[in-house]
Design a protein around this ligand. Structure first.
Ligand SMILES: Cc1ncc(COP(=O)(O)O)c(C=O)c1O
Length: 366
């Protein structure tokens, strides 16, 4: 194939909806509603509806969503929060920003999601919460993790940054925990034209607290009840998200169809795919495979104009930033295996049938 096929291409999506997004931008511009305001509120309302939650609070990115969720739970110095070792580092940043310590656990070797059976061994008297990550767009085993949280009186938080529209046994993610944290980074299934994030919750107290925390700790202007932050969502971002939310079910459906083809037609025994248990309805933010010799497969693909991604090459516990926590290679073998052998196949709604078939044939011929 002459055309290069990347892991993700945002251009097709943005060309399709350019006119509508620019019209929305014009409204924001004319109203000078650039920071928070009616366009963010409109998006919050529709996103809460989409997730089936009572509230959604828009912020400036997904990392902030995790940070503020921790603060809203009262987590801080001296506390520990359990998270999977194989996630994007921002899951851990949200914990570290508060002064609390992220405590890593391994993933399941087949689903690559947090291994619920490893959580209890990581609990100490300092543990306050568990953050489960709906990794690559696939819900983690929420019932199992929730049962452990209940038994030990821990808060559960969903990191749903990669999973807008995913469902667990028919129910959308975002309302299974105290708060669910979303990223609307441009490359996400629902991505803003800019940086953005959000938190969904069913509890009014959290919603109110998050609104205050993102706005300088203020409910009444110039009265500051606690130390707060400037972490509001921008109006242009909110307006672009409202436009895109209408298209999201269709885009997610397209991703599922592409994933269905990968699942059905990839027959190369040198390639393994993420196990998708019954009822874990993924939106395939990423389609990750593992293979023994990643470099060789990458060369095979690159030589044929296919450019896969890497999510993620270093697990959190082996990142330099966390060297002080004392983890070492060998602590979490499943996460380490994934980091060393993963490769993300092209996955976006605008991939043509021809391109998907070409990727499949190229992988099968390896
Ligand atoms: C699992 C996960 N958590 C958190 C984040 C952080 O989101 P953001 O990049 O919007 O800060 C991301 C996205 O980058 C993510 O993939």
């Amino acid at each position: 194939m002459d055309k290069k096929i990347p892991c993700l291409d945002l251009k097709g999506q943005h060309q399709q909806i350019k006119k509508e997004v620019f019209e929305a931008f014009e409204k924001v511009y004319d109203q000078t509603a650039f920071s928070g305001g009616p366009f963010v509120e409109a998006f919050e309302k529709s996103f809460a509806g989409f997730c089936g939650t009572n509230y959604a609070v828009g912020v400036n990115n997904g990392t902030t969503a995790l940070h503020l969720a921790m603060l809203a739970l009262g987590i801080g110095r001296g506390d520990e929060v359990i998270i999977p070792a194989n996630t994007f580092i921002a899951t851990a940043w949200g914990v570290s920003y508060t002064g609390a310590i992220p405590v890593f656990v391994d993933c399941d070797p087949l689903t690559w999601e947090i291994d619920a059976s490893k959580i209890e061994a990581a609990i100490t008297p300092k543990t306050k919460a568990v953050i489960g990550v709906h990794l690559y767009g696939q819900p983690f085993d929420i019932h199992a993790v929730k049962a452990i949280c209940k038994k030990h009186n821990l808060y559960l938080i969903e990191d749903a940054a990669q999973a807008q529209g995913a469902a667990y046994h028919g129910v959308p993610v975002g309302g299974f925990s105290e708060m669910a944290c979303f990223s609307f980074y441009p490359g996400k299934n629902l991505g803003a034209c800019g940086e953005a994030g959000g938190i969904t919750t069913n509890k009014e107290t959290y919603s109110r607290h998050l609104q205050s925390l993102r706005n300088h700790g203020s409910v009444v202007r110039y009265y500051h009840d606690e130390i707060g932050y400037n972490m509001r969502m921008g109006g242009l971002e909110g307006a672009s998200l409202s436009v895109k939310l209408k298209y999201l079910p269709n885009w997610n459906q397209k991703r599922k169809e592409i994933a269905g083809k990968y699942h059905a037609a990839l027959k190369n025994p040198k390639i393994q795919m993420q196990l998708q248990p019954e009822g874990h309805d993924s939106v395939f933010h990423l389609f990750v495979i593992t293979t023994e010799d990643r470099e060789q497969l990458t060369r095979h693909l690159n030589d044929r104009n296919i450019f896969p991604g890497l999510h993620y090459p270093v697990p959190c516990h082996l990142q330099k930033a966390y060297a002080g926590l004392g983890y070492k290679k060998g602590d979490f073998p499943n996460s380490e295996y994934l980091a060393d052998h993963c490769l993300s196949l092209p996955m976006y709604a605008e991939l043509t049938n021809e391109e998907v078939d070409y990727v499949i044939n190229t992988l099968n011929s390896y």
